[in-house]
Design a protein around this ligand. Structure first.
Ligand code: FAD
Ligand code: DHB
Length: 396
């Protein structure tokens, strides 16, 4: 079967779905293809923190009503070390910016509902996705859908298929540069059935390793502890996880972790990764397909949204005014924010985790950085503006 669309979008994650919705607001048609089922896409537990800019964009796009009702705005975060909590007042330090706690899979549900309500296409459960002629002006996506071989002819292809997708490999080795770093630790994440233990997120540095207290709802909490990235989740009983959280979060003022049954647990490895350029011919990469950050700064989803915001605008100017300059500048434009975010996420990760091979000197460096971050107005402000999210720099 032969199909045609202006923009073929691979991947129904945040990047692909936001791009499809932004393009449709500009009157540009697209088709999204996704290799998982709708149910899987809508139930994968990942991010929880939305930057101010992402929140504002969702409201502008008309997909923010449920987030506005059910999400929770946080005006600060806590950095905890040596048994003592220090609040970073995001709101005051950024002139009124904040973060929203609203889970990624809820964002995804809202995007899919909006897309289908508009009559837009998302093909789930596709298989054997391959790209061809990406350097020409009629690139093609080949895939199987409902036992049929499909050729989707496009003006442009957006590779929004995450870190393990197929798009990135279409950029020839001779033109690509990859920058990456693997960290010697991972995150063990849990969903806990219990009331919130704190009003705001807690990022804790402890001799036993990093811990993070986040939330999902008044009944379900999200928490993470640093662990060996090769560890098997089967080695961690629920009791061990709770004990480790309690040990790492201990304070000198009797703060208590509220506990309950663990209803989900898994381990994710952590890495930093960037491919340059993010574009080749008519193929444009966006989100995790082009870059990965360690999750400590809560940036991955937000960065994916920033990419597609630029891409949608560049494509709109191409179709409406025959301008190619923004498309040509896409990679360079995105990479500015990408590298800023890579630095911030690496910095937060380095400050808050125990490195297996560290020595007393490195630990003193981390302590000095933590002290400075919570005690200096300038340093707190720098953390706050990055954490709440730097404003989008929208090109003319
Ligand atoms: P993805 O979400 O990976 O979407 C890609 C989609 O493409 C998937 O649905 C996939 O099935 C599909 N796909 C893959 N291959 C193919 C193919 N061959 N054909 C068709 N479809 C394909 N970010 C934040 O901003 N804030 C946070 O608080 C935060 N916390 C996190 C916590 C954890 C534990 C983790 C693991 C990540 C966290 N992130 C966070 C990162 C965030 O989840 C990702 O950066 C985000 O999902 C990236 O979106 P994406 O659309 O680029 O890629
Ligand atoms: C969550 C994830 C993060 O990576 C983070 O830094 C804060 C919160 C979360 O899943 O809630």
């Amino acid at each position: 079967m032969r199909m045609h669309t202006r923009v073929g979008i691979i991947g129904a994650g945040p990047a692909g779905l936001f791009l499809a919705l932004l393009l449709s607001l500009e009157g540009i048609d697209s088709i999204v293809i996704e290799n998982r089922s709708r149910a899987e896409v809508e139930s994968t537990i990942r991010a929880g923190v939305l930057e101010q800019g992402t929140v504002d964009l969702m409201l502008e796009m008309g997909i923010g009503q449920r987030m506005h009702r059910e999400g929770v705005v946080h005006h600060g975060i806590e950095l905890r070390f040596d048994g003592c909590g220090h609040r970073i007042n995001l709101y005051e330090l950024t002139n009124g910016r904040a973060i929203m706690i609203y889970p990624q899979h809820e964002v995804i549900k809202d995007c899919i509902a909006a897309r289908l309500q508009q009559g837009g296409q998302i093909l789930f459960n596709v298989q054997d996705v391959q790209l061809s002629a990406v350097a020409s002006d009629q690139p093609i996506i080949h895939f199987m859908h409902e036992q049929e071989q499909v050729e989707l002819h496009c003006d442009f292809i957006a590779g929004c298929d995450g870190f393990h997708g197929v798009s990135r490999s279409c950029i020839p080795l001779s033109v690509q540069h990859v920058y990456s770093r693997a960290y010697p630790f991972g995150w063990l994440g849990i969903l806990l059935q219990a009331p919130p233990s704190a009003k705001e997120l807690i990022y804790a540095y402890h001799q036993r390793g990093f811990a993070l207290v986040s939330t999902r709802s008044p009944e379900i909490q999200r928490m993470y502890i640093q662990c060996d990235p090769q560890d098997d989740i089967a080695n961690w009983s629920d009791e061990m996880i709770i004990e480790e959280l309690q040990a790492r979060l201990v304070t000198d003022n009797n703060w208590q972790l509220r506990v309950g049954p663990i209803i989900q647990k898994n381990i994710v490895a952590m890495r930093s990764f960037v491919i340059e350029p993010m574009q080749y011919g008519r193929l444009f990469l966006a989100g995790d397909a082009a870059h990965i950050v360690p999750p400590t700064g809560a940036k991955g989803l937000n960065l994916a949204i920033a990419d597609v915001r630029h891409l949608a605008r560049a494509l709109a100017l191409f179709y409406q005014q025959q301008r190619e300059d923004l498309l040509a500048a896409y990679s360079a434009t995105c990479l500015q924010r990408v590298w800023r975010t890579e630095h911030f996420s690496w910095w937060m990760t380095s400050m808050l985790h125990r490195f297996p091979d560290d020595d007393p000197f490195q630990q003193r460096m981390q302590r000095a950085q933590l002290d400075y971050t919570v005690n200096s107005h300038a340093a707190s402000m720098s953390l706050a503006e990055n954490y709440a999210g730097l404003p989008f720099s929208v090109q003319p």
